[in-house]
Design a protein around this ligand. Structure first.
Ligand SMILES: O=c1ccn([C@@H]2O[C@H](COP(=O)(O)OP(=O)(O)O)[C@@H](O)[C@H]2O)c(=O)[nH]1
Length: 457
């Protein structure tokens, strides 16, 4: 379940600035900005995390503060990134501070707001989809000072929900969003509204997480991997330690890009149709099926007496448990296995000791099932998902009020991690919704990409 319609204003790191006095970013950040007369040429550089109190574990900012005073005016600028996901649309409004043109920007603040359902639910009424964007733009107008509107870029990237739609329907929705953007007082860069490919989705989430955890500054090149489980697609991305991982992967699973003076080569892939909600449909045999009016899709992952009309992506499915039949973990595991086996590639070194951050539905389901505490996130092992899945499936009535799909979801997550990616039971996963008060999502990485052009290929 997506916790939609909530709004919060998270103060990420200190250094608030009176933004009315703030000039625009410049140098490499002018990629998509209107021309600025006094912009000096500066080469691309890394963002910086300030040594704020809640940044424990992060590397120190390079150079003493007095050495960073070559420019005595801090520059504040904003970026507005829309995430048009399969289960909802969200806006991230970032406030950055550039203390020094050649130093790293600081992410000062993120405002986040989400609505449900996602754009794909408006496949046949794009104008109504456009209204959801208008609603979110209002939040952006309230958050970004008026004096900054004209130079603040608004960008929307759509993921699996639109990838799964017929091309002309996705196009109509994106065209509608572009028109809504053009009506707004914000800066609408070229290509501001697009369907993002899975490679970029994986890479940009990796950039976000490694930026927020401070791994992009260290010279050591120690980084963390990411596991993102959306509604329609799922991504795995990490920096391989072993050349063999690169050589044994399908060529399209290796992405190269330039990030702040370094070139990175990542293992990344997005599995379309393997997001949590799409996987439910596939498990039920309902993905792409006809006869939705009369067919009832059954599964031993659902409570025996459960029967419901369930709507996703604009279509309604009749789903139920196996009446007078069996339900439980073992049978359910065999069912979800069909969605994973022969579909998901096992990277050579995933059995190693790297740390993975897991978020989106990995996090949501871990909270709902009681595996972790929602207010804190937490560290779990793959075996903990398995243990909890067994418990949920074998006590379906107890967990029924939380969600009738919890057994299916937890079993799918276990199967994806073990049988799919090939993780060991002892692999450690860091579950997070936010890191240092910023949302764990590709949206921050995509905002950096807009300003710095990583040239992902
Ligand atoms: O900033 C964000 C963006 C997404 N999500 C989570 O992402 C999942 C949904 O993914 P989405 O609808 O984007 O699916 P996709 O289209 O990527 O398959 C849900 O668990 C949301 O809680 C989130 O927590 N914060």
């Amino acid at each position: 379940t997506y916790y939609g319609h909530h709004i919060y204003n998270s103060h990420v790191i200190g250094h608030r600035m009176p933004s009315h006095a703030a000039p625009r970013p410049y140098g490499s950040m002018d990629n998509q900005l209107p021309p600025e007369p006094h912009a000096p040429e500066v080469s691309p550089r890394a963002p910086e995390v300030s040594g704020g109190t809640d940044m424990s574990g992060l590397p120190e900012v390079s150079g003493a503060p007095e050495m960073q005073q070559t420019v005595n005016v801090s520059r504040v600028y904003f970026g507005v990134m829309f995430d048009a996901g399969s289960t909802g649309t969200r806006v991230h409004i970032y406030k950055f501070i550039q203390k020094d043109p050649v130093a790293l920007p600081v992410l000062d603040n993120e405002m986040y707001h989400a609505v449900k359902p996602g754009l794909s639910a408006y496949a046949d009424k794009p104008d109504m989809g456009g209204d959801t964007i208008r609603q979110l733009l209002k939040v952006a107008k309230k958050t970004v000072p008026k004096s900054e509107w004209k130079q603040t870029p608004v960008i929307l990237k759509a993921t699996a929900g639109l990838r799964l739609l017929p091309e002309e329907k996705a196009r109509a929705l994106l065209d509608e969003v572009k028109e809504v953007f053009e009506e707004s007082p914000f800066f609408v860069p070229n290509n501001s509204v697009s369907l993002m490919n899975g490679t970029n989705e994986g890479v940009l989430a990796w950039v976000t997480v490694n930026f927020l955890t401070g791994h992009l500054y260290a010279k050591t090149r120690k980084t963390v991997g990411i596991l993102d489980l959306g509604g329609g697609s799922t991504q795995i991305t990490f920096l391989p330690k072993s050349k063999k991982t690169v050589h044994t992967a399908p060529p399209s699973y290796i992405a190269r890009f330039n990030l702040f003076n370094s070139t990175y080569e990542l293992y990344t892939h997005s599995y379309l149709g393997n997001g949590l909600v799409a996987a439910r449909l596939a498990t039920l045999g309902a993905l792409g099926a006809d006869g939705l009016d009369w067919k009832v899709f059954t599964s031993s992952c659902l409570p025996k007496k459960f029967r419901e009309d369930w709507t996703f992506g604009g279509l309604t499915y009749k789903v139920s448990g196996v009446p007078d039949g069996y339900a439980g973990y073992k049978l359910c595991y065999y069912e979800v296995m069909r969605v994973v086996k022969g579909v998901v590639h096992q990277p050579y070194e995933v059995k190693g000791s790297s740390i993975f951050y897991a978020f989106s539905y990995y996090y949501d389901r871990a909270v709902e099932s009681g595996l972790i505490d929602g207010s804190r996130g937490g560290v779990v092992e793959v075996r903990d998902f398995k243990k909890k899945a067994k418990e949920v499936c074998n006590k379906m009535t107890k967990y029924r009020p939380i969600s009738p799909f919890l057994c299916m979801d937890m079993t799918y997550i276990t199967c994806l991690l073990k049988e799919g990616f090939g993780f060991k039971d002892s692999t450690v996963l860091q579950l997070a919704k936010k890191i240092n008060n910023a949302e764990t999502s590709w949206a921050l990485g995509a905002t950096f990409d807009h300003f710095n052009n990583f040239n992902i290929h």
